[in-house]
Design a protein around this ligand. Structure first.
Ligand SMILES: Cc1cc2nc3c(=O)[nH]c(=O)nc-3n(C[C@H](O)[C@H](O)[C@H](O)COP(=O)(O)OP(=O)(O)OC[C@H]3O[C@@H](n4cnc5c(N)ncnc54)[C@H](O)[C@@H]3O)c2cc1C
Length: 486
C-alpha cells in the first residue's frame, strides 16, 4: 500500500486533548475543522477510516470499494422496499469516492426547510457567502472539452422532448483531459494541517460523555498493522460529523436521543442500461455530467460511470444478458432516475457495531419510481436507444416507446431494490419540536456539542448534496466559533 504523502502523521497516544475535536473528516467535518484551526484553536480531527491518497486505489475500482467504503459498500436500510446505500469511510469521507457533481441548494428547498423546521437565517442569500467561500477552496468547473457520448445522449434525448436538461459542474480542477477531483484530502484537509490542525485516522469514537465540564470521547484506534488500542480524548467543544447514519448512532449511544435518528432520508436510484446502434462508451472519455431537471423535485435523471465491469454489475440480476454486455458494452451506458422516496430510522442494537436502519415507502414514493423510469426510458428512446434494460428482476427489456407505455404506473413494493449514495436529514436543525439541534447545529441539551454534517439537513436536497453539506458546515462552524470563542 502506498504511503500518503500529504499526511502529517499524528502520534496516537492513550490520552489526547484539544480545544476542539471534530469527529469525521468528510465534507462536513473537514470544512468545520479547517475553520476552527484557522481561528487559532487547537483542533484534533478524528477519522475512523484510513488515510489514503486520492489516486489510490484507482477510482471506481473494486479495491477502492474495499479500502474506502464503509463495510465494503454493503449497507442496507431494511423494509418491504429496501434501499442499499453506500458511504465513504476514509479521510475525506464520501468526497474521496464520489464524482463531485456540484450544485448549490435550490432556493425552494431552503424555503421549505425554514417553513418545516423553523430554521433561522437560511435564505439562499444568507447561505451564498458560505457557498462562495467553499468554492474558493474546492474549485468547481465545467468540462473543458466535449462531453462523452453516453452523457450527451441523455441531454439530447431530453432536449428533443423539450425538457430541461443541464451539464452539472463538478468539484474538479481540469488540466487537459485529466485533472484532480477537489476532494477533502486535496483541499480542506491539507489546509487544516497547514493551520496547525492534527489528524488521526483509523480511530473510531464509540461514545461521548460530559465529565467535569469537558467532553470525554471513548475511541478505538485500529491501525492497519498493529493491535487495536483504546484512546481517551478530551475537549470542551466537539463537532460531530460522522455522516447521516453514524452521527445519530453515536449520539444515541451517548444518551442524546431527542429527534435523533428518526428522519433519515435518501435519494434512492433505479438504474437501466441503454443500448445504442453506435459506439457511445469510449474508455478515456470524460465522466458523464448531464442531468435532466424537468421533473424535479419529484425525480431527476442522470448517467453513471459505465465501464464494462459496472455494466455487468448493474445487470447482475439479469444473468441472461451478461454475455450480451460482454459483446456490446461499448454500445451501452448506465442511466438512473433518482427520487426522494423512503423515510428511515437509525437505532443501535446491543452487541452490533453498526446501527439498524429501517425504511418505509409511501404509495406516492412507489409512484415516483414507476413514473421516473417511464420518463427515463422515454428520454433514452428519444436519444436513439434500441433497447433499454431495467436493472430490476423480472422486468422485460424495452424495445420501443410502445413497450414503455406498458410499464406499470406504480411499481410493486417487492419488485424494486433501489440504491442510494446520498443520505441526510437524520438530525434536522431548526427551532421547532421536530429538530435535533438548533438553527446552527448546536445540540441544545449538551453544552459545546455541534452537528456539522449531512445529518443536520432538513430533508433531501433534490440536487447532489455535497455543496449543501459544505456550505451548511461552513455556516454552522462560523456561527459556533463566533458565539463560543469571541
Ligand atoms: C459513491 C458516492 C457518490 C456520490 N456522488 C456525489 C456527487 O457526485 N455529488 C455530491 O454532491 N454528492 C455525492 N455523494 C454524496 C456526498 O459524498 C455526501 O453527501 C457527503 O460526503 C456527506 O458528507 P458528510 O460529512 O456528511 O459525511 P461523510 O462524507 O460520510 O463523512 C463522514 C466521515 O465520518 C467518519 N466516521 C463515521 N463514524 C465515525 C466515528 N464514530 N468516529 C470517527 N469517524 C467516523 C466516516 O468514516 C466518514 O469518513 C456521493 C456519495 C457516495 C458515497
Amino acid at each position: 500500500m502506498m504511503a500518503f504523502a500529504t499526511n502529517v502523521a499524528e502520534r496516537v497516544t492513550h490520552q489526547m486533548a484539544a480545544d476542539i475535536v471534530v469527529i469525521g473528516s468528510g465534507p462536513g467535518g473537514a470544512v468545520a475543522a479547517m475553520l476552527c484551526a484557522e481561528a487559532g484553536k487547537s483542533v484534533l480531527l478524528v477519522e475512523e477510516g484510513p488515510n489514503l491518497p486520492l489516486q489510490w486505489p484507482p477510482h471506481f475500482s473494486s479495491e477502492e470499494i474495499l479500502h474506502k467504503y464503509r463495510n465494503a459498500g454493503v449497507n442496507v436500510a431494511l423494509g418491504t422496499t429496501q434501499i442499499s446505500y453506500v458511504e465513504g469511510c476514509c479521510v475525506g469521507g464520501g468526497s474521496e469516492v464520489n464524482r463531485g457533481l456540484y450544485h448549490r441548494t435550490p432556493a425552494y428547498i431552503l424555503d421549505a426547510w425554514r417553513d418545516d423546521f423553523d430554521v433561522r437565517h437560511l435564505t439562499l442569500d444568507e447561505l451564498m457567502p458560505h457557498f462562495l467561500a467553499c468554492e474558493e477552496i474546492a474549485r468547481v468547473e465545467y468540462l473543458p472539452g466535449e462531453a462523452s457520448s453516453i452523457s450527451k445522449r441523455l441531454y439530447e434525448g431530453a432536449k428533443s422532448l423539450g425538457w430541461l436538461a443541464i451539464e452539472a459542474p463538478r468539484l474538479y480542477r481540469y488540466t487537459g483531459r485529466g485533472g484532480s477531483k477537489q476532494s477533502m484530502s486535496e483541499t480542506f484537509v491539507p489546509r487544516f494541517l497547514r493551520a496547525g490542525g492534527r489528524l488521526i485516522a483509523n480511530t473510531a469514537i464509540r461514545r461521548l460523555t460530559m465529565r467535569g465540564g469537558k467532553w470525554r470521547l471513548d475511541a478505538r484506534h485500529a491501525p492497519a498493522n498493529g493491535a487495536p488500542q483504546p484512546v481517551e480524548i478530551s475537549a470542551a467543544t466537539v463537532f460531530v460529523a460522522c455522516g447521516a447514519v453514524q452521527t445519530p448512532a453515536l449520539l444515541r449511544r451517548s444518551g442524546l436521543r431527542r429527534n435523533v435518528g428518526n428522519s433519515l432520508r435518501f435519494h434512492p436510484m433505479l438504474k437501466v442500461a441503454a443500448e445504442f446502434d453506435e459506439e457511445v462508451n469510449i474508455p478515456g472519455d470524460f465522466d458523464p455530467v448531464h442531468q435532466i431537471k424537468e421533473f424535479e423535485p419529484n425525480f431527476g435523471m442522470g448517467c453513471s460511470i459505465s465501464s464494462q465491469a459496472l455494466l455487468a454489475l448493474a445487470l447482475a440480476n439479469r444473468a441472461d444478458f451478461l454475455a450480451h454486455v460482454g459483446n456490446r458494452w461499448r454500445h451501452m451506458g448506465i442511466y438512473y432516475v433518482q427520487t426522494t422516496g423512503g423515510r428511515a430510522t437509525v437505532r443501535n442494537l446491543p452487541f452490533f457495531r453498526d446501527p439498524l436502519v429501517r425504511v418505509q415507502h409511501s404509495e406516492w414514493d412507489l409512484l415516483q419510481y414507476g413514473q421516473g423510469l417511464r420518463r427515463l426510458a422515454e428520454a433514452l428512446f428519444a436519444a436513439g436507444a434500441v433497447a433499454v434494460y431495467p436493472c430490476l428482476r423480472d422486468y422485460p427489456v424495452l424495445r420501443s416507446m410502445a413497450d414503455v407505455c406498458k410499464w406499470p404506473e406504480s411499481l410493486p413494493k417487492e419488485a424494486i431494490g433501489p440504491t442510494s449514495v446520498h443520505v441526510f436529514a437524520s438530525c434536522p436543525m431548526g427551532e421547532n419540536a421536530k429538530s435535533a439541534a438548533d438553527s446552527f447545529g448546536r445540540v441544545r441539551e449538551a453544552d459545546g456539542l455541534y452537528i456539522t454534517d449531512a445529518s443536520v439537513l432538513c430533508g433531501p436536497t433534490v440536487v447532489n448534496p455535497q455543496g449543501t453539506v459544505m456550505a451548511i458546515a461552513h455556516r454552522n462552524a462560523m456561527h459556533a466559533i463566533e458565539s463560543r470563542f469571541t
